[in-house]
Design a protein around this ligand. Structure first.
Ligand code: KG4
Ligand code: ZN
Length: 343
């Protein structure tokens, strides 16, 4: 059976994977990632130029290690899957250039992968979830509600108007001085805090179903912190983290409910459709707990596959390949990316 090489460089993680689809289940033969957090920590966020340069350095050794780990040869690969959108252009180009080079050398088709779709479909790496499902995609760069009808058929129902949920965690963490990326750090500190002690505002945007906003939350944290001494901030840190996190989590809960009642109810009569939580913020323990308590059929992507990784990229491609559904025309990076022509 043939294998898919997956490449992910859309933001600040360089990741490569080799997978094989067997009876609708994606087996991961190798997954290797290089994380730039230590480079970006002092900036408190992603610096596109630094991220792109770091990908260039990390890619050659990762390719080597990944083939060694999988124990296969390049000739065994059937197609190269690469994230082509959305993402930072300098970062994306590094992965795309590797995909093009590998494809030219080994005469392989390239499968262009939508990073957001791949985040949600990563659920199938560990469990089978039936279509259609409501995808709640929450990452550092994006927040979106997606109606997923099949391996290659989805519709965006709503997005954030400004910051993404993960960005709200990271920017809040920068104000609190807890380190980068701040999502996991705030999650851990919040365990010892009372979410009600220091409440934060929620953007309801009631007349805009499915639309989210997180930028006001960060401003409200800044205003609160300006009124506190460093000692007070330190003493209240668990409560500040718990309250701030709660506002993000409750916004996502309220907005999910709104999408179900105001948008999806026109599509499905009784909502027992699965909900899939994906993207880096899907690792958040409070979000997982609240979503599971609030809705019937919630599936969260395993933390290992929630943050950016190439297994989700290769997994998406192998499922679409297997389903024989034509690939859509998208950012074409090589004529051979129109995989359907090869069949
Ligand atoms: O999906 P991802 O790896 O990258 C993008 O596609 O953006 O998501 C990274 C984001 C970061 O903002 C990070 O702070 C957040 O996921 N994150 C978390 C947690 N773990 C990672 N946010 C909240 N709680 C967590 N446990
Ligand atoms: Zn991502």
């Amino acid at each position: 059976m043939k294998y898919i090489l997956g490449i992910e460089t859309s933001c600040d993680d360089t990741s490569m994977a080799i997978v094989q689809l067997d009876h609708n289940k994606t087996n991961i033969l190798a997954l290797n990632s290089y994380n730039q957090d230590f480079i970006l920590e002092k900036w408190g966020g992603v610096v596109p130029e630094l991220a792109a340069r770091s990908h260039v350095k990390a890619i050659p050794p990762l390719l080597d290690v990944t083939f060694k780990e999988a124990g296969i040869a390049p000739e065994d690969i059937e197609a190269v899957a690469v994230t082509t959108h959305p993402g930072l252009i300098g970062s994306l180009l590094t992965g795309i250039n590797l995909a093009k080079t590998f494809s030219l050398l080994h005469k392989l088709p390239i499968i262009p992968v939508n990073h957001l779709y791949a985040h949600l479909e990563a659920i199938h790496l560990t469990e089978e979830v039936s279509y259609p499902y409501l995808g709640v995609l929450v990452s550092g760069g994006h927040s979106a509600f997606m109606w997923v009808k099949g391996p290659n058929d989805m519709e965006i129902l709503g997005t954030t108007l400004d910051d993404a949920a993960g960005e709200a965690f990271d920017k809040g963490g920068k104000l609190l001085g807890v380190g980068y990326p701040a999502g996991k750090i705030i999650d851990d500190i919040a365990v010892n805090g009372d979410p009600k002690k220091i409440p934060f505002p929620i953007s309801y945007l009631r007349d805009r179903p499915g639309k989210m906003s997180f930028s006001g939350l960060k401003t409200s944290l800044r205003v609160k912190l300006e009124k506190m001494t460093p000692e007070e901030i330190q003493a209240e840190l668990p409560h500040l983290c718990a309250g701030y996190q709660e506002a993000i989590v409750q916004t996502l809960r309220i907005k999910t409910e709104e999408v179900i009642t105001k948008i999806l109810n026109q599509k499905v009569k009784t909502f027992s459709t699965p909900i899939v939580l994906g993207g880096g913020v899907a690792c958040n323990s409070r979000l997982r707990q609240v979503m599971k308590e609030s809705f019937k059929n919630v599936h969260a992507v395993k933390p290992l596959y929630s943050t950016d990784n190439a297994a989700m990229v290769a997994n998406w491609a192998s499922r679409v390949l297997d389903s024989q559904i034509p690939f859509p025309e998208c950012l074409t990076i090589d004529p051979r990316s129109r995989f359907v022509e090869k069949k």
